[in-house]
Design a protein around this ligand. Structure first.
Ligand code: KG4
Ligand code: ZN
Length: 343
């Protein structure tokens, strides 16, 4: 039997609930971006309190959207990690509490597994494949043999790609998180600044973005010193050109690293997922690779959401079916893993 799954994602600054039954039946989300904007980043304590305020209304909204009731749910899924401890605790407590009350099983899902499997929400993707995971917290190349069989091929040595986008956005005076705004400005500019392409020529699948971010900072400083009034705002042309140059360096690095990992593994499919996979320029650059199929999640499932947690739970259950009726002695431990490794 295919279970009706209610999934909760609360690892960072999005509270999300989804219901999945062969397809997505409901997908609701509250983004906390406005709440954290004034601080230029996520404030963990504010984030967990905000999850607490929104989670139950979102569970109700999801049930309504899916035209079902709590009693109809067969399996409760939640993000157990990685993420902010207080935030994860909210999702874990609600999922375990509902499962306990409904006498149904629960399943703990790894946030990165959700991102990796997110394209399967809307399309058929055959295993094995290479995954490029680009988010606010991670930049990794992964060999995916099957659901639950992941081998890390390369990782970032310093900043994650989303972090580099967000820090660049901040330097240019854009609001948090800023990745999408950098991308929009890049479209209006030319890559006239020769920013570095870190580790691009090294024969490995690792990344590094801290130097690129510093190069952006130096470029902004140089433009300011060479202007007649150093305090004046950067011109729109300079902002657009900085964004275009930054994005150009990134697309070159990603393109080269994906080619390297394809050659190493012999895979013929690449799944690109995580918040930064929404980026237009990155999508276009990777689609230039013609000898492999390049697959992206649909835009609504790139950044954090609960639908990806639901599909991961669905695929895990399909691979190793769980008993969907629970015994009286079923335990519902509330245990989160803020630094959980997938490998
Ligand atoms: O996957 P995600 O929602 O959260 C984490 O798991 O980290 O990713 C959030 C990141 C942020 O850094 C945000 O700036 C970036 O994804 N992002 C983008 C775009 N949309 C979101 N970066 C570049 N271009 C975009 N269009
Ligand atoms: Zn994420």
């Amino acid at each position: 039997m295919k279970p009706r799954i209610l999934a909760i994602e609360s690892s960072c600054d999005e509270t999300a609930v989804a219901i999945y039954h062969n397809k997505i039946m409901a997908h609701v989300l509250h983004s906390q971006i406005e709440r954290h904007r004034a601080y230029g980043g996520v404030v963990p304590e504010l984030a967990s309190r905000d999850h607490l305020a929104h989670i139950m209304p979102l569970v109700d909204a999801a049930l309504q959207q899916a035209h079902c009731q709590l009693q109809d749910i067969d399996l409760f899924a939640y993000t157990q990690g990685p993420g902010l401890a207080g935030c994860l605790l909210v999702g874990a407590t609600v999922a375990q509490g509902l499962a306990y009350a409904m006498h149904k099983p629960s399943i703990a899902i790894h946030h990165l597994e959700g991102h990796i499997l997110s394209p399967l929400l809307t399309q058929v993707v055959e295993f094995p494949f290479l995954a490029l995971l680009v988010s606010g917290g991670h930049t990794q190349l992964i060999a995916v043999e099957d659901v639950g069989k992941y081998t890390l091929l390369g990782d970032t040595l310093d900043d994650a790609l989303g972090e580099a986008f967000d820090k660049t956005a901040k330097m240019l005076g854009f609001s948090y998180p800023g990745g999408a705004e950098v991308s929009a400005w890049a479209e209006k500019g030319q890559p006239v600044f020769a920013f570095p392409t870190p580790l691009m020529h090294q024969k490995n699948a690792d990344f590094s973005f801290a130097g690129l971010k510093t190069a952006v900072l130096r470029c902004i400083e140089n433009l300011r010193t060479s202007s007649k009034t150093p305090d004046e705002e950067l011109s729109d042309t300079n902002k657009a050109n900085i964004c275009a140059s930054f994005v150009y360096s990134i697309t070159q690095v990603l393109h080269k690293k994906v080619l390297f990992a394809l050659a190493q593994t012999g895979h013929t499919r690449v799944v690109v997922s995580g918040g930064v996979s929404a980026n237009k320029q990155i999508r276009a650059a990777l689609l230039n690779i013609k000898h492999a199929q390049i697959i992206f999640p649909s835009l609504e499932y790139c950044t954090d959401n609960a639908a990806m947690i639901a599909i991961a739970a669905h695929l895990r259950h399909q691979k190793s079916p769980m008993a969907l009726s629970t015994s009286q002695h079923q335990q519902y431990p509330i245990h989160v893993k803020p630094r959980w490794s997938l490998y």
